[in-house]
Design a protein around this ligand. Structure first.
Ligand SMILES: [Zn+2]
Length: 498
């Protein structure tokens, strides 16, 4: 039996987004649990699709003693504020330091954290941790598929384990895999490492593992783990993070350097061969609305429009109404537009009550180019407290706490308002306010890919729509400054010149 410290600190940073992450954002629960300390960690995540939950289950089964420290996450946004980073990392290191003799550390990190002071939040955290505990103690870190893996992370972590699905339905499994690796490291000693990077970024919408080419790449990653290769991972990276080391990376760990290198080279060659296959059709809002209206006459299931550029799961503000405007102006019928994050309008709807007519300017509160509210008169059709269990595969086991919610109806369009932003990736978000998703003609969802886990099975067709938002589908629209020169911002694009 070994003694393992466990902790977690998750943030996915969109450096182009307008609103930074404060300590409060890590404290409160949203789509995921709030800041959790000490022993409470051993029960708070039970049954939730989170890496830390999978690690706890697996390491317990192995018979190890678990020493919980702290875990927190905040919704994706602009940089983590310095005081939040210092406070959380400070407490995490202090708690680990107070544990006495331990045999290893497991951390549940995202891998794309940028702070006001550090381009590589996780690398900074791991370097400080390494300094504190010395060179020998194993540190295993699970990462999100959107991790921007850096040299510092590779150097200071013994092993990095990346989840393999997008929608991320295997987060808990990445934690379980981390437990297997940490157990192996404590018994057999350190592994040899290899890292390889692609020379191009892959836009978020082309990273979905329910479709090719990503699904085949992840099959190959799983198959690479055999013989002398103990762990193999591929992270697509998170494009809207303007840091030097942004982009896809392969990391492999073997019992020999040669085994790690060969596996990494093989996987890199495979990803490189798929570069052209990562390009997909993007619709303009009015074009998508016309198509969905025409197609809706013969469709038996809803047509899903993914409002990807305002995906709050990628740092969007979840308040843009470009696609909503196109739906109302285009006289679309049987439409649900979800989730528009607008606490003030949700509050106004609650004050007015169900059945009331309200004149409101909804959305558009965060500002930015082309982001103005939609002004109109709506009927308040339903209200909710935003507190309900998730039912879909991505948020499974988790309790949503989205604050006051409301449904506003105008013509053939229902708008679902919430007060805490969370991407619309779970049918329960609609059922909570009395809407049956499968009975709609058009579902316009603020999400890039995660919605597919729960909505693809009920969708006639899925269109990716480029309406206003801080998360451009074409990375060339982002004003990069710090990303390394020479990288292609989109598959097959010209190298970035700076
Ligand atoms: Zn992710």
């Amino acid at each position: 039996m070994a003694r393992f410290a466990i902790g977690g600190f998750q943030h996915e940073t969109n450096t182009f987004a307008p609103v930074k992450a404060s300590f409060r954002d890590f404290e409160i629960a949203d789509g995921w649990p709030g800041l959790t300390r000490g022993e409470a960690m051993l029960t708070a995540f039970a049954g939730i699709n989170l890496p830390v939950a999978g690690f706890i289950d697996a390491a317990r089964k192995q018979g190890h003693e678990l020493l919980p420290t702290l875990w927190c996450s905040a919704s994706p946004s602009a940089e983590v504020r310095t005081d939040a980073f210092e406070k959380i990392v400070g407490e995490l290191l202090q708690r680990i330091g107070a544990l006495g003799k331990i045999d290893g550390i497991y951390l549940d990190l995202h891998g794309a954290m940028v702070t006001e002071d550090h381009q590589d939040g996780e690398g900074e955290l791991l370097e400080r941790l390494r300094k504190q505990i010395g060179a020998e103690l194993p540190i295993v870190v699970s990462l999100d598929l959107h991790a921007n893996i850096t040299e510092r992370m590779i150097k200071h972590a013994s092993t990095l384990v990346v989840c393999r699905t997008y929608p991320h339905v295997d987060l808990a499994e990445a934690g379980e895999a981390s437990a297997v690796v940490l157990d192996c490291l404590t018994r057999q000693g350190p592994l040899f490492k290899a890292i390889r990077r692609t020379e191009f970024l892959v836009p978020l919408i082309s990273q979905c593992t329910l479709i090719e080419p990503a699904s085949g790449i992840y099959r190959a990653v799983a198959e690479a783990e055999q013989g002398d290769v103990v762990s193999a991972s591929f992270a697509f990276g998170f494009p809207p993070a303007d840091i030097a080391e942004c982009g896809p990376a392969i990391v492999t760990y073997g019992t020999s350097q040669r085994a790690a290198d060969e596996a990494a080279d093989r996987l890199l060659a495979l990803v490189n061969a798929k570069e052209a296959a990562f390009a997909g059709k993007i619709w303009k809002p009015d074009e998508a609305v016309s198509y969905a209206r025409a197609k809706g006459n013969s469709a038996t299931k809803p047509i899903v429009l993914a409002d990807t550029q305002d995906n709050p799961g990628a740092g969007g503000t979840s308040d843009t109404v470009g696609l909503l405007r196109a739906l109302i102006d285009g006289r679309a019928e049987g439409v649900v537009f979800a989730n528009l994050c607008d606490p003030k309008s949700a509050e106004a709807a609650h004050r007015a009550g169900v059945g009331a007519q309200v004149s409101l300017a909804i959305g558009g509160w965060a500002g930015g180019a082309g982001n103005t509210p939609y002004e109109g008169t709506f009927t308040v059709e339903a209200l909710g407290d935003g507190n309900f269990p998730a039912t879909g595969p991505f948020y499974r086991g988790n309790r949503m706490q989205l604050g006051p919610m409301a449904v506003l109806k105008k013509d053939g369009v229902r708008v679902v308002l919430c007060s805490r932003k969370q991407q619309c990736a779970d049918q329960a978000m609609l059922r909570h306010v009395g809407i049956e998703p499968s009975a709609q003609k058009i579902l316009a969802l603020k999400s890039s890919v995660h919605f597919r886990a729960d909505f693809q099975p009920i969708a006639e067709e899925i269109l990716i729509v480029a309406a206003p938002g801080t998360n451009p589908v074409d990375n060339r629209d982002l004003p990069y400054k710090r990303i390394r020169k020479g990288i292609r911002l989109m598959p097959l694009a010209e190298p970035f010149k700076g």
